[in-house]
Design a protein around this ligand. Structure first.
Ligand code: ZN
Length: 249
């Protein structure tokens, strides 16, 4: 996909994730540049629901904007810098504070896949503890390179990491898959919470089932793209309709 089209998808990603309640006034989504893999694109610091293509900026892995920026940059852009640096396979990243996921980062209950669409959670997701890198007196934000590196290490080869008392980060091999996964992570958290409240042992997806689903999608749908496109198309329509309603056009 050429960068101009990718920027259009990035704007849509902001609107979809806002509309779905994954992003609120905070959080961000980025995409790696297809021609310059050592750079990525994201909005300047702005509520995701308000992002337009003029707000998209290009950044390097030190968190610096390639061109002068109108306004400021997201203080937590180092999440994106350090994951892209460590994971060449990752093409898109979502950092959100999606609410239902947060309890799994602060309790003893591990976030694990309870339904088939969330197979990418594997056998559970790691929790990033900011005190380990920033000490007891910290502001909870991944707002420098050291913290970004520590988070990227905790994520490892996985698709999702929780940030204790803060939110989560979701990665994907393309932007549509990353967006779909961020939504499915929130949905899985809701379902798992409901199952926990019902009581008794929970019948999670097994490692074999998660692996089989992942391998099947990788074989039949390169980068999980067909499934993600199906979700994308309908959620894009919904997000655009909501924006038109808000703008009175
Ligand atoms: Zn955050």
């Amino acid at each position: 996909m050429p960068i101009s089209a990718l920027k259009g998808d990035l704007v849509t990603a902001n609107h979809i994730l806002f509309q779905q309640g994954v992003l609120d006034a905070f959080g961000h989504v980025s995409v790696r540049d297809p021609d310059r893999p050592d750079r990525f694109h994201m909005s300047r610091a702005l509520a995701p629901g308000l992002v337009t293509v003029e707000d998209i900026v290009e950044l390097d892995f030190d968190g610096a904007a390639v061109r002068p920026v109108r306004g400021s940059l997201y203080v937590e852009r180092y999440i994106h810098c350090e994951i892209y640096r460590l994971r060449p396979d990752v093409q898109s990243i979502v950092h959100s504070h999606s609410p239902t996921v947060i309890p799994f980062g602060i309790s003893q209950v591990e976030l694990k896949p309870v339904y088939h669409r969330a197979y990418f959670l594997g056998q559970g997701v790691p929790v990033f503890e900011i005190r380990d890198v920033a000490g007891a007196r910290n502001n909870m934000l991944v707002n420098d390179q050291t913290r970004g590196q520590a988070l990227a290490q905790v994520l490892g080869k996985g698709n999702v990491s929780l940030l204790r008392g803060h939110g989560n980060v979701v990665v994907g091999p393309n932007i549509r898959t990353a967006v779909t996964r961020a939504i499915e992570t929130e949905v899985n958290a809701k379902l798992q919470l409901q199952a926990v409240m019902l009581g008794g042992p929970i019948n999670y997806l097994s490692a074999e089932e998660a692996e089989t689903l992942g391998a099947e999608l990788a074989r039949t749908q390169p980068s999980d793209k067909r499934g993600a496109d199906r979700v994308w198309d309908v959620l894009k329509q919904q997000a655009e309709a909501a924006r038109r309603l808000l703008q009175g056009t």
